[in-house]
Design a protein around this ligand. Structure first.
Ligand SMILES: [Fe+2]
Length: 355
């Protein structure tokens, strides 16, 4: 049978005891300070909590049909009731009973017959603890959410800054407009097909975006010269990978970011620049960016020629296997070309999609 006593303060305490007398005693003590409800069995208490949730439960251990331990076990299984603090009421002074009570999740014990002072103190303390705990959990959740939002904001900012840098590089030469983004996208796709992790794919994308950053340090008149570079000018342009690596050297949060930049003009046969590395000596990421870069140079317009036909580009990649390109990555590139039946992977198509 359910009893409701008084409504003195906001917090509700549910007293569960198979003896009406014990409920009355508890109510008398608590009523001046709390709203008190009573249930005379575990089953009744669980039903009560389907409808309303008390702030604390005073729970008798020894009851016919369902013990206090069982009531707590069932409360702990449900999300809406698992946090309600429980104080066991017991006539036992047995250590085992107390231990078991704590194990199932009780916050405290009060021995019967109830003493007014002890009951009020223990109830007050548990109430306060539980309030603090809830407040702390809420605070932790709030701070975690704030940290997550901040992290996302920083990641977005990094992404936007790197893209802005890539645009700055491409803006040096109208004919390389969008080149960095395309190289980044092709490099990431090659990495994906090679089974690289999401993180590696992201890193290579950023490397692709910045692979030509060293061109910032090359005079515009050399960059913009369509063809016919003299020996000095050619030497100057060949410095862009090393300049780029120097520019990026200080970015330690993306380790190896300068790798693809410094060695994207190395060749598999060792005849590239700046260091003449050969085969596997060239870092893998740089070999991937190297082939994506060479592909895009052919699949985009130059001042002196239009986009090369797809079959010509394909043939150049095929011929470059083991010469300019790592054969494994060349095969991946060839596979991408063969799947690209409408020649979407070229400058015009990409620009059309953007507009
Ligand atoms: Fe380059």
């Amino acid at each position: 049978m359910e009893h409701t006593f008084g409504d003195s303060l906001g917090h509700t305490i549910l007293v569960v005891d198979d003896s009406d007398v014990n409920i009355e005693i508890a109510a008398k003590i608590l009523q001046p300070f709390y709203k008190v409800s009573g249930c005379t069995s575990g089953k009744e208490a669980l039903q009560y909590m389907e409808e309303q949730l008390p702030d604390l439960i005073l729970l008798d251990i020894h009851m016919p049909e369902m013990s206090g331990f069982e009531v707590v076990r069932q409360l702990k299984q449900k999300e809406k009731t698992c946090q309600i603090p429980v104080i066991f009421l017991t006539a036992d002074v047995e250590r085992d009973t107390e231990m078991r009570g704590f194990e199932v999740g009780a916050m405290d014990f009060i021995t019967k017959p109830l003493s007014k002072d002890i009951t009020l103190r223990r109830v007050g303390r548990v109430m306060e603890l539980s309030h603090l705990q809830r407040h702390l959990e809420h605070e932790v959740e709030k701070q975690t959410e704030k940290a997550r939002q901040r992290k996302e904001q920083v990641e977005r900012l990094i992404d936007q800054m790197i893209n802005a840098l890539a645009n700055a590089i491409d803006a040096k030469d109208a004919y390389t407009n969008g080149h960095s983004v395309r190289v980044a996208a092709y490099s990431r796709e090659i990495a994906r097909r090679l089974g690289k992790s999401e993180k590696e794919q992201e890193d290579i994308y950023y490397m692709g975006l910045l692979h030509d950053i060293g061109k910032i340090g090359i005079p515009d008149e050399i960059i913009k010269k369509a063809s016919g570079l003299n020996a000095d000018e050619y030497t100057a342009i060949k410095e862009h990978p090393a300049i780029g690596a120097k520019i990026l050297h200080g970015i330690t949060e993306i380790p190896g970011l300068d790798t693809g930049v410094r060695w994207h003009h190395e060749r598999y046969d060792g005849k590239g620049y700046p260091d003449g590395l050969k085969g596997e000596e060239i870092p893998e990421l740089a070999r991937i960016i190297g082939i994506a870069d060479a592909y895009d140079a052919m699949a985009s317009k130059r001042s002196y020629r239009d986009v090369l036909p797809q079959n010509v580009v394909r043939e150049e990649i095929r011929k470059g296997k083991n010469v300019q390109f790592d054969p494994r990555f060349a095969d991946v590139m060839l596979q991408m070309i063969d799947e690209d039946v409408d020649y979407q992977m070229c400058q015009q198509e990409k620009e059309k999609k953007k507009s």
